[in-house]
Design a binder for this molecule. Structure first.
Ligand code: NAD
Length: 390
């Protein structure tokens, strides 16, 4: 159980690029990173508008001289200070992730980057090589991956409780963009512009989330081929899709579907994963994060509750409040940031033993998300053909 005691010796000197006033995701990064005292926010280039970014950073308690006009100035200045930043979180629109991550790594700074990591697998692999050569980490914020019931599912599947895995059903299908909200909403608008969003909208924006949950739960499965179709139901969004369906075959013979959508009218987030084996199935839904449904063929269904002693030890270890009270997005993100801090300290010390057994959405998760989108787009643009996974 997590009683708020740190598992690292140091508190990391941390900065943000983006995540400024009014941004969607900046607050959750700050809440998650600072909740357990692993990170202290000491610098930032928070906003495309430097004055607004400085005003915002100072309001958060960052000194005026460390609220920078842009990220390059920040990396240059901070890497010359003895007390300079050790890690930066990047919460800007997608088109900037590659160049900002690259600049941070080149300056010797660990990176936590938003998804999708970049636009092409080639770029993602360049970042992986660069991070490896500098002994730095790149974490990617697939936030719910830090929820303890995702860990419980991983452990149950590894223990064979589902039998042989046959089918994985995934979706992240919300209804918030059922009509052209982007006409009056700049934060929605960039998501539908290929120059800023990249080669996809919903595949990269939402589909990669349950995809990563499946990678956590089923680390052995490798995609062999897939077929994707994508549509722009709001026509002005073309060529980017607001709905996509992906069928996948794994090298074990198991199969999967991923439904990615922003036009699932009436739905909230609708992020779900159902893993079906030869004996039983598990299902988890982000809107009911405290329950994992376990259904064994021929037996009454079980609801596995977060925080209970019957969970696998690996799932209990990150519990914060005990059973009965809800834990969700904020705690899951905080667990991820805690893991990033532990890995960064272990990397800095060269402590390989500490790294064993710890998993988190790392650079490989980032690369795989980009690779999956690339393959989906390739299949869809061929008219919905099966393509070998590259
Ligand atoms: P947003 O448009 O609401 O905010 C973007 C922020 O970045 C703004 O403060 C803007 O001023 C700033 N910015 C833009 N370019 C900058 C630059 N070059 N330097 C400094 N600041 C800059 O966007 P958002 O919805 O917060 O999304 C940001 C990223 O987070 C996207 O990549 C998105 O896909 C991702 N995201 C992830 C999740 C998740 O669950 N992991 C959820 C939402 C968004």
């Amino acid at each position: 159980m997590n009683f708020g005691e740190k598992k690292t010796k140091q508190t990391l000197r941390w900065a943000m690029v983006g995540g400024g006033r009014g941004s969607q995701i900046g607050y959750i990064h700050r809440s998650a990173a600072q909740r357990d005292g692993y990170f202290t926010l000491i610098a930032g280039a928070f906003d495309l508008d430097p004055d607004r970014g400085r005003d915002f950073g100072m309001n958060l308690g960052v000194s005026a001289e460390r609220c920078y006009q842009d990220y390059r100035t920040m990396f240059d200045a901070e890497s010359q200070r003895a007390d300079g930043i050790q890690v930066v979180s990047i919460a800007t629109p997608n088109s900037t992730h590659f160049e900002i991550s690259k600049a941070a790594l080149e300056a010797g700074i660990h990176v936590v980057c938003e998804k999708p990591l970049c636009f092409t697998t080639e770029e993602a692999e360049m970042l992986r090589d660069l991070a490896e050569s500098k002994n730095l980490i790149v974490g990617v914020t697939y936030g719910y991956a830090g929820h303890q019931l995702i860990e419980q599912a991983r452990q149950m599947i590894a223990a064979g409780e589902l039998g042989e895995i046959r089918i994985v059903n995934m979706q992240f299908a919300h209804g918030f963009h059922s009509d052209a909200v982007e006409e009056n909403n700049p934060a929605a608008k960039w998501r539908m512009d290929p120059k800023v969003a990249g080669p996809s909208y919903v595949l990269g924006d939402v589909g990669t989330h349950p995809l990563y949950l499946s990678e956590v739960m089923l680390p052995e499965l490798k995609i062999k081929r897939l077929l994707c179709t994508r549509q722009s139901f709001v026509k002005s969004r073309a060529p980017l899709e607001d709905n996509a369906t992906t069928l996948m075959e794994y090298d074990t013979g198991a199969v999967a579907t991923v439904w990615s959508s922003a036009v699932n009218a009436g739905s909230m987030h609708g992020q779900k994963i159902r893993v079906i084996g030869s004996k039983a199935s598990l299902e988890w839904w982000d809107e009911h994060p405290n329950q994992l449904i376990f259904e064994e063929q021929g037996k009454p269904a079980k609801i596995i509750e977060r925080g209970m002693d019957y969970l696998h030890p690996e799932a209990i270890v990150e519990d914060r409040i005990g059973a009965g009270h809800p834990e969700g997005l904020f705690e899951a993100w905080s667990n991820l940031y805690a893991r990033y801090a532990i890995v960064i300290e272990a990397k800095n010390k060269g402590d390989l033993a500490a790294l064993e057994g710890l998993h988190y959405p790392d650079i490989n998760a980032g690369v795989e998300g980009v690779r999956w989108v690339e393959n989906c787009v390739r299949s869809a643009d061929l008219g919905g053909h099966w393509v070998d996974y590259q």
